[in-house]
Design a protein around this ligand. Structure first.
Ligand code: NAP
Ligand code: GDP
Length: 318
């Protein structure tokens, strides 16, 4: 807070959330803040020496830690071990280098899919460690849960101000639009793009019934800046739209099909997995800090993302 000079290192700065933070900080700049956005080209954060070199080079006072192996349901189901190991390594290196170099505050990123599978709803911040995560993505989930454990341990032993946010499903420009490995919204946008060209229906995996709360990357980025600048707790905070904004996968697919004006509708491929039925999260804590925050309506945010994908088809990750 205040006007002290901040050097803010953003790990994973080239991805979906990092690019959105780049845009959000340009719209809401502070004179005392200098941001550095990293990509994997700056060094492999799985490697402790490479991580320490990056920290020694930039001497950050603050870190937004986004870098991670990230993927949709079907990528997670195939690679639980890789998600576990890679993310444990990245997180341990980033937090330990932050401690060694005297970083004043780290904001890391969990996800609502790391919560217990068998739980009561809505899920809140106190419930992270209350039972096993869904079996489809247990590798990613346990690695991410450990960040919360590490944050408390660094605080207890060294007094570090390391905290975390817990976003729901994110989407927007610069997402991973890969047909099999990405998340549902970018995956369906890419499929709809092809379906439009070929005059075919949009194929949606699973029953279309699972429920999700989606947050537009720009909204998440604005909330990330609030957490960086003002949030003082070590305990994490859920960054989510309201519970009333939860939608089914079928509804989301329809919004995407409409955005492309598909003429052959949607078909469900029920041979494919549904994953977790729902993970409804409470944003009560967030609303306590930010009662008036306006989320972009899902339809508008999806239309913007579709527009971005159409305009940037050649450079989009796919
Ligand atoms: P993303 O678009 O896939 O971006 C991942 C970023 O991490 C990229 O900048 C990538 O660099 C970097 N990275 C990956 N492995 C690295 C390594 N070994 N060394 C250095 N950098 C590495 O992911 P995202 O969706 O923005 O996710 C950002 C954070 O939000 C993650 O922590 C994720 O777990 C969390 N999150 C995401 C969602 C979601 O729905 N997407 C939901 C909840 C939480 P390159 O670009 O160079 O590859
Ligand atoms: P999750 O929220 O962590 O489960 O991850 P996803 O973003 O991958 O969403 C998965 C949900 O969307 C599951 O219910 C899938 O069955 C459904 N889905 C439907 N079509 C697709 C698709 O093309 N890609 C992905 N990733 N999921 C899809």
């Amino acid at each position: 807070m205040g006007s002290e000079k901040k050097i803010i290192l953003v790990t994973g700065g080239s991805g979906l959330v990092g690019q959105a933070i780049k845009q959000a900080k340009q719209q809401d700049p502070r004179e005392n803040e200098t941001f550095i956005f990293l990509s994997s080209k700056d060094g492999d954060l799985k490697d402790p020496a490479a991580t320490q070199r990056i920290f020694e080079r930039y001497k950050p006072t603050h870190v937004i830690h986004l870098a991670a192996m990230v993927g949709g349901l079907f990528n997670n189901m195939k690679h639980n071990l890789d998600f576990l190991r890679n993310n444990i390594l990245i997180n341990d290196n980033v937090l330990q280098s932050s401690y060694k170099l005297g970083v004043k505050k780290v904001v890391s990123c969990l996800s609502t899919c790391v919560f217990p599978d068998k739980t009561t709803y809505p899920i809140d911040e106190t419930m992270i460690h209350n039972g096993p995560p869904h079996s489809s993505n247990f590798g990613y989930s346990y690695a991410k849960r450990l960040i919360d454990v590490q944050n408390h341990a660094y605080h207890q032993q060294h007094g570090c101000h390391f905290t975390a946010v817990i976003p729901t499903n994110v989407f927007g420009a610069y997402d991973n639009f890969n047909l099999e490995d990405g998340h549902v919204i970018p995956g369906l946008i890419h499929k709809a793009y092809i379906a439009k060209k070929e005059g075919k229906p949009l194929v949606v995996y699973g029953s279309g019934k699972p429920l999700r709360q989606f947050i537009y990357s720009i909204d998440l980025a604005k909330l990330f800046l609030f957490v960086l600048r003002e949030y003082e707790e070590i305990d994490p905070i859920i960054l989510s739209v309201d519970e009333s904004s939860e939608v089914s996968i079928g509804q989301v697919a329809q919004i995407i099909a409409d955005a492309f004006q598909l003429e052959h509708g949607i078909v469900l491929d029920s041979t494919k997995a549904d994953g977790q039925y729902k993970k409804t999260a409470s944003n009560k804590k967030l609303r306590g800090y930010q009662p008036d925050f306006q989320f972009m309506p899902l339809k508008d945010a999806i239309e913007r993302t579709v527009q971005w994908f159409n305009l940037n088809y050649n450079i989009a990750r796919k």
